[in-house]
Design a protein around this ligand. Structure first.
Ligand SMILES: *[C@@H]1O[C@H](CO)[C@@H](O)[C@H](O)[C@H]1NC(C)=O
Ligand SMILES: *[C@@H]1O[C@H](CO)[C@@H](O)[C@H](O)[C@H]1NC(C)=O
Ligand SMILES: *[C@@H]1O[C@H](CO)[C@@H](O)[C@H](O)[C@H]1NC(C)=O
Length: 494
């Protein structure tokens, strides 16, 4: 090969690799706060929000800007917001959630204007925070027009997908084990209320999506994208889409089997960690459930995913019942959140989780946060703040707790201890009504030094044999780090 051509190809190739690698690794030591834009903060009146009615309740982009202190005060350095494009309505219900696209080139007027989105982006960047925007490429919003059968008859409703060839013919998904059925058919049971399924095999649709996502990222200086309904689109659609975006991508594959979800990490940077979600919920939904299933899943994720550290861990989101609707035990809740914040992967906390909102399934898990008054002294707000302070403190520490895969050191029916770098996490499922619980751990890999539990500020020593006895109270967890490494963290007076 001609040397000059070879060199320029090499340069192009390595800069492409460096760009995408830097973007994913930039997200790996962040914590993300997930926002349903319509429900997080208003700029005007804070009217009550009737969840059943599925109406717009008044939250908007400017409202988020006004509440960035509240979010950053908990230590988050990134937010994920609802899809930003104009939405359709359906029989009196609205697209307040953002997942019913109508015109992908205009900003949902209920949320604000293009300038408002730019203002949010720059407000975040001036605080050193990142913006993740939710995007939907699988489908458009419902037509609400009583269409009969066949291809969408009301395509004039949509921009730019206004040609019948842009859509798959109507069929319902009847077999979730048949990938072709899952990809080609519509979500919903009829053409009237179903979600018109885009023909993502049509090159015209592919080109429109690729240039759209490129424009969205550059017009609004977006730092990452969360991608909806990923398993409903053929896998090989995604590499072109995410490379056009050019930023970290995290997809929703709503499925608990790591062998099914894992291969999707070949086509995008990260996935929402649904395989973890179910065992995590089961480990803490009642007392004394043991940790075998959860530990086995952490291991299984390692064998099924290319990069477990780029997955997004969560306990709550807009599609699942909030954790306190499953158990009222506040200690179990605190432990489950502690895993999200300290385990392998990128933590994602769903707005309202910090105020222990307890709504059940959709639409009850989409409460208006203004009902809380945004207190910054509630127990979980303070808890999240402490763990995030530690995350920030150790971001560049040589023991690399955030990027080191966890090692399980101890488990029993009501306790699990693991370490990452020199961080030692002791979780309990004994529950809020338990008394004192002592967990004795022994490992030659523990640093022989004094450790501080950054939650209670109690100290414990690792003796020369590498053993430590950690006392937990009332079922609460401990997050320990060498006391000498906490200087300047703002934790426990250091
Ligand atoms: C981005 O801006 C360009 C130039 O104004 C415009 O043509 C394009 O439609 C915009 N894209 C999006 C997604 O807003
Ligand atoms: C939990 O601890 C028991 C007893 O030490 C051990 O046999 C088991 O392998 C551990 N479970 C996991 C998943 O590591
Ligand atoms: C985040 O992690 C990357 C890669 O591990 C590291 O290079 C970078 O310094 C970290 N960011 C900060 C702010 O410490």
């Amino acid at each position: 090969m001609h040397v000059k051509l070879f060199l320029s190809l090499l340069t192009a190739l390595s800069s492409a690799l460096v760009t995408s690698a830097a973007t994913a690794s930039q997200w790996k030591n962040r914590t993300i706060y997930q926002i349903v834009t319509d429900r997080f903060a208003t700029t005007g009146a804070q009217s009550s929000c009737n969840l059943d009615a599925r109406q717009y309740c008044g939250g908007n982009l400017r409202g988020i800007i006004q509440k960035l202190d509240y979010i950053q005060g908990m230590g988050f350095d990134a937010i994920w917001i609802s899809p930003v494009v104009s939405n359709t309505d359906l029989q009196g219900q609205t697209g307040y959630h953002g997942y019913w696209s109508k015109d992908i080139y205009s900003i949902n007027p209920h949320f604000g204007t293009a300038d408002d989105l730019k203002a949010l982006s720059s407000a975040l960047h001036s605080r050193g925070m990142l913006l993740m925007v939710d995007v939907v490429a699988n489908h458009m919003g419902p037509q609400d027009k009583g269409a009969s059968t066949g291809t969408s008859q009301y395509t004039s409703l949509y921009t730019p997908f206004s040609d019948p060839s842009h859509y798959h013919n109507f069929c319902t998904i009847t077999n979730y084990n048949d990938q072709n059925n899952v990809e080609q058919c519509w979500l919903g049971s009829s053409p009237q209320d179903g979600l018109p399924d885009l023909n993502t095999e049509n090159p015209a649709v592919v080109n429109l999506w690729n240039s759209w996502i490129k424009g969205l990222v550059s017009n609004y200086t977006v730092d990452g994208i969360r991608i909806d309904t990923v398993k409903h689109v053929r896998k090989d659609f995604w590499p072109g889409f995410v490379s056009s975006a050019g930023v970290y991508s995290i997809g929703e594959v709503f499925q608990g089997d790591p062998a099914y979800v894992g291969p999707y990490q070949q086509v995008m940077d990260g996935l929402l960690n649904y395989p973890l979600y179910y065992p995590l919920t089961r480990a803490f939904q009642k007392t004394n459930q043991g940790f075998n299933e959860l530990i086995n899943m952490v291991n299984s994720i390692r064998t099924n995913f290319k990069d477990p550290m780029a997955l997004g861990n969560f306990l709550e989101n807009q599609d699942n019942p909030r954790f306190p609707s499953i158990t009222s035990d506040t200690a179990l809740n605190t432990n489950a959140i502690t895993y999200v914040l300290t385990g392998d992967g990128i933590p994602i906390i769903y707005y309202g989780e910090e105020q222990r909102y307890a709504g059940g399934n959709d639409p009850y898990n989409r409460e208006a946060l203004w009902g809380s008054g945004y207190p910054t002294n509630s127990p979980l707000y303070v808890h999240i703040q402490k763990v995030n302070k530690l995350r920030k403190k150790v971001q560049s520490a040589s023991d690399a707790p955030l990027s080191t895969p966890l090692t399980s050191l101890y488990n029993s029916s009501n306790a699990w201890a693991f370490k990452k770098g020199n961080m030692l996490v002791v979780l309990s499922s004994a529950g809020q009504n338990s008394g004192t619980q002592t967990v004795s751990i022994s490992s030659s890999s523990l640093p022989v030094t004094q450790m501080t539990d950054i939650l209670s500020c109690s100290t414990f020593n690792v003796n020369s044999g590498g053993s430590i006895s950690v006392t937990l109270n009332k079922g609460l967890p401990a997050v320990l780090y060498p006391t000498s490494g906490l200087g300047g963290s703002g934790l426990c007076g250091r």
